[in-house]
Structures are given as structure tokens and as C-alpha cells.
Design a protein around this ligand. Structure first.
Ligand code: ATP
Ligand code: MG
Length: 112
């Protein structure tokens, strides 16, 4: 099992969510987050003073899926969340040791 954590532009959330639903993804967690990437030290200029642009609003989508689903889900993000410009976001993939459905006590694949 793998966890896919994707940080995307808020305005891309709807098309991504629809594409994930189309793909049969049922369980996911969504958070409103703020972050910075490579452009963190870019300077802005406002009313005579410079300031550092630090945090940009993003949406974080977390999904735990079986390992064989990872590639097709990554493809969905690459297709739907891209504007081909800086700040499009990032995808992190990590191993998941265990999943437990609280209601039934089911574990592993059955609990996803
Ligand atoms: N290394 C990282 N670790 C954790 N979160 C990150 C990391 N890089 C980016 N993020 C998150 O992803 C969001 C979008 O990052 P962004 O797309 O700007 O990455 P980037 O590396 O600067 O790529 P680009 O040059 O395309 O902008 C950030 O606001 C932050 O929330
Ligand atoms: Mg960036």
C-alpha cells in the first residue's frame, strides 16, 4: 500500500476530484494548506517596501491506495493539475505499513 500526497492549485481541485472519482477512488482526505516551493525567496514590492512572498494557498489531497494504482493516479494529477507553469504543485509517494477500518477491525487492502 502507498500513500499519495499531492499539493495542487486550489482552482484545479474540482477537475482533479472529478477525474479521481471517475477512476473509482473512494477514500481521500483534503486539506487547505499553505506552502512554498522553489520560489520562496521571490521578492515583492508593495507601497514602497519590499516583502518576502512566503506562503501560497494550496490544496493537499491524501490517498492511501494499493501499489498497483499509483501510476494511473499520478497520471491523473499530471494531466489534470498541470498548467505548465511554476507553482503547479508536487506529488509525494510513501509506503504505508497498515490500514485499519475502525468500524470492523479489517486490516490492509480490505480496509482501504
Ligand atoms: N519539498 C517540498 N516539501 C513539502 N512541500 C513542498 C515541497 N515543495 C513544494 N511543496 C509544496 O507544494 C506547493 C507547490 O510547490 P511548487 O509547485 O511551487 O514547487 P516547486 O518545486 O517550486 O516547482 P515549480 O518550480 O514548478 O514551482 C508548495 O506551496 C508547498 O506547499
Ligand atoms: Mg514553485
Amino acid at each position: 500500500m502507498k500513500k499519495i500526497e499531492a499539493i495542487i492549485r486550489p482552482e484545479k481541485f474540482k477537475v482533479v476530484r472529478d477525474a479521481l472519482a471517475q477512476h473509482g477512488i473512494s477514500g481521500l482526505t483534503v486539506s487547505e494548506v499553505a506552502g512554498c516551493g522553489n520560489q520562496k525567496s521571490k521578492k515583492g514590492f508593495f507601497r514602497g517596501t519590499t516583502f518576502e512572498i512566503q506562503l501560497v494557498p494550496k490544496i493537499k489531497i491524501e490517498m492511501v491506495v494499493s501499489a498497483d494504482q499509483v501510476d494511473s493516479i499520478v497520471d491523473i494529477f499530471l494531466k489534470e493539475a498541470s498548467t505548465d507553469t511554476i507553482g503547479d504543485g508536487k506529488i509525494f509517494i510513501s509506503p504505508v505499513e497498515e490500514v485499519i477500518r475502525i468500524r470492523s477491525g479489517e486490516r490492509g487492502q480490505e480496509a482501504i
